[in-house]
Design a binder for this molecule. Structure first.
Ligand SMILES: [Zn+2]
Length: 279
């Protein structure tokens, strides 16, 4: 301690570390609140049904995305007996993040390979809680996803699993504050889904939601799955995330008259329909 106090540089570094931790906390809250919420009175919202789905493919960027954005709907699908396959595009190494065009080094989690292995373990554990049949890790470098490099792999997945429902980020009408990896996944999935002719896509983290799925019966399962990602949602961070996401689920639920819900932009696709994502 004495050694630390005698070195002004170390003091500055400790202070910087503290402030960056606080900044990340605030940024985290901001992201959660801005993503996937239904703004009152702006759009016509219907009740989204998951009954009759034969096979679902959920495609996200990072380990924990599925639990944060659509965990309740995934649990609802598996409870209905629908086989769900989860595809994680990036390795979750968190060397840095990209927001807009800016590249920000991650001051907390840049532990490379060790973190990747830990997050994959957490994802497998969480998937078991949600009843997900299979998790596929594509292991692209975290923070560097490019939709063009994902399309052919995702097309192949869609041809292999032949899902009648795909769930992913909104790559066309994203929420106003969106991570670039999320956008890349959304764009790639929509492009591949249109080529293959997947009939129905549910996009979360959207600024134009048109359906809300009732997730009330599975909420406790959802929190259990979310906090299985211990490296991300442990202690205060975990409690904060649950509180924010519960508030969001409550606001979405009121749109269709249920306690809790998840909002999506539902797209019905006819084979080969045109799609030109923004560059
Ligand atoms: Zn993510």
């Amino acid at each position: 301690m004495k050694l630390i106090l005698q070195h002004p540089t170390l003091n500055v570094l400790i202070l910087l570390g503290f402030f960056s931790f606080m900044l990340w906390g605030l940024l985290f809250i901001r992201l959660m609140v801005s993503n996937g919420g239904v703004r009152p009175g702006r759009f016509l919202i219907r009740r989204g049904s998951l009954k009759g789905v034969q096979r679902a493919l959920v495609v996200v960027a990072h380990p924990d995305d599925a639990e944060v954005y659509c965990g309740g709907s995934v649990a609802t699908l598996t409870r209905l007996g629908v086989p769900v396959t989860l595809v994680i595009c990036a390795d979750g190494g968190k060397i840095y993040y990209q927001f807009g065009r800016r590249l920000i080094p991650n001051p907390l989690n840049g532990k490379g390979g060790r973190l990747v292995r830990l997050r994959e373990e957490e994802q497998r554990r969480s998937a078991r809680i949600l009843g997900i049949k299979e998790v596929i890790f594509l292991r692209h470098p975290d923070g560097l996803l490019d939709w063009r490099n994902l399309v052919s792999q995702l097309r192949e997945m869609m041809q292999r699993f032949a899902p009648d429902l795909v769930v992913t980020f909104d790559g066309e009408e994203p929420s106003h504050l969106e991570i670039r990896d999320h956008l890349a996944v959304g764009r790639a999935v929509l492009s591949a889904a249109r080529e293959v002719g997947i009939p129905r896509v549910l996009c979360f983290s959207t600024r134009r939601p048109n359906v809300v799925v009732d997730t009330t019966p599975v909420m406790s399962l959802r929190w259990k799955a979310l906090t299985a990602h211990r490296s991300q949602f442990h202690g205060v961070r975990g409690r904060l995330a649950v509180r924010i996401l519960r508030g969001l689920a409550r606001r979405n639920g009121t749109k269709i008259g249920v306690p809790y819900g998840e909002a999506f932009r539902e797209i019905w696709i006819t084979r080969g329909s045109s799609f030109s994502p923004p560059q």
